[in-house]
Design a protein around this ligand. Structure first.
Ligand code: GTP
Length: 389
């Protein structure tokens, strides 16, 4: 019998439960405002065309004018508000969102009442139907366009068609009742569309947020990998791998006419005793303390790396004559004057060192080898000294 597969839940790509960041909400508001702008002047345009076609203006000039003025002013006000919405939303998002919603709803409601008035009073049947068709078209179009913002869009169809629906119901009769029922069904259909479209839009926003978060994590991981590949964990100094690359580079520059440079291999004296007498933790503190003091004592242009356990390599550029030795002596003096481990105030440190200057025709390994021989010599001669080879 095949083994039962464990029921492992599929990890969700998008965290549906978490609240969307404010930036996403702001983006949705701006998107919805941008979408709505294109259709604003359709309302006064539809009105003017309908009243013109049915010569309504000649029989009801004042009403036609007031209605047209209301639509033009409303559309212009919304156009202005939506143009400034980005700045407004960055100051006070909640207020911007509410102002935008109320401006939209009042505008839709205005048209809805106008349509209901015409349907309820228009003597001419064809005009009544044209107004109804225009309103259904506006309700369907506006709902589809604004559906990415569910709380806003779900009021569009009721505001545009609701007043007419009431008028039709009050007028009674089979045809009016049937039409009012279709409108009510349309409200539910609109809610379904809004739920689908706004759900898709939100999922896209969540995926975008997730992607940005992953990109940040990747950048952080990349940075820490770069640090690990370049620096020593304990002392924060450059590690051997990176210093080797640097030495090869310097040697290449030197071969091509660049400045000469020296290498110093430094090894702490009797370091094992520190571990044995005070513990490995104190040994670690001493290594860190040495790194700090060396950073301060050496020139800015000198580069120090941890070469091995308690061994360090210093690259000293531009070191004619005995300036490399002078740098190491300055470091030795500072070590003698500075408590190296906070836990052991009396502890002082010394080191032995070997120095070599890179020769233009030699491989870098040869220069390192000579510095190593110098170090060996310094240890053999009693430690606490520097030997040049
Ligand atoms: N605490 C600590 N000890 C380390 C670390 N790396 C190497 N060591 C220790 O450094 C010690 C080096 O000992 P040795 O090579 O005998 O050198 P030494 O005692 O300094 O003697 P000389 O070099 O001859 O003066 C060893 O005990 C290692 O365990 C480290 O990262 N932390």
């Amino acid at each position: 019998m095949p083994a039962a597969r464990p029921n492992v839940p599929r990890p969700s790509l998008v965290d549906d439960g978490a609240e969307l960041p404010l930036a996403c909400k702001r983006q949705r508001l701006l998107d919805v405002a941008k979408r709505s702008r294109s259709g604003l002047f359709l309302y006064p345009l539809f009105w003017l065309v309908i009243v013109h076609v049915y010569a309504y203006a000649s029989t009801h000039p004042v009403f036609t004018l007031i209605a047209a003025l209301g639509l033009v002013v409303g559309a212009a006000a919304r156009y202005g508000l939506e143009g400034r919405l980005a700045r407004f939303a960055s100051h006070d998002f909640r207020l911007a969102q509410r102002s935008f919603a109320w401006a939209s709803w009042i505008f839709q409601g205005y048209w809805g009442l106008l349509c209901a008035y015409i349907v309820g009073t228009a003597e001419s049947e064809p005009m009544r139907w044209s107004m109804l068709m225009a309103t259904i078209g506006l309700a369907a179009g506006a709902t589809a366009i604004m559906a990415i913002d569910a709380p806003l869009a779900r009021w569009y169809a009721p505001l545009l068609l609701g007043p007419t629906c009431v008028v039709l119901a009050l007028q009674g009769g089979y045809a009016n009742w049937a039409l009012a029922t279709v409108f009510v069904l349309f409200f539910f259909y609109a809610l379904k569309i809004i739920a689908l479209v706004s759900g898709d839009y939100e999922a896209r926003q969540r995926a975008h947020v997730l992607l940005e978060r992953r990109a940040e994590e990747l950048a952080t991981a990349h940075e820490s990998m770069r640090r690990l590949a370049t620096y020593d964990d304990l002392t924060g100094l450059m590690n051997r791998r990176h210093m080797t690359l640097l030495l090869h580079l310097r040697a290449e520059v030197h071969r091509n006419g660049g400045d000469a440079f020296s290498i110093a291999l430094v090894d702490l004296d009797h370091f094992k005793q520190i571990n044995d007498v005070w513990s490995h933790a104190v040994g670690d503190e001493v290594l860190q303390g040495f790194a700090d003091i060396a950073r301060r004592a050496l020139h800015d242009t000198d580069i120090i790396a941890r070469w091995g356990g308690e061994e360090f390599l210093i690259l000293l550029p531009y070191t004619p004559d005995r300036t490399a030795e002078a740098s190491l002596e300055r470091l030795r003096r500072q070590l003698a004057d500075t408590p190296i481990a906070p836990g052991v105030p009396g502890l002082r440190l010394n080191f032995s060192a070997g120095i070599s200057e890179h020769r233009v025709d030699e491989a870098i390994e040869q220069a390192i080898d000579r510095a190593d021989r110098g170090l060996y010599q310094a240890k053999a001669d009693g430690r606490g000294r520097t030997e040049r080879v």
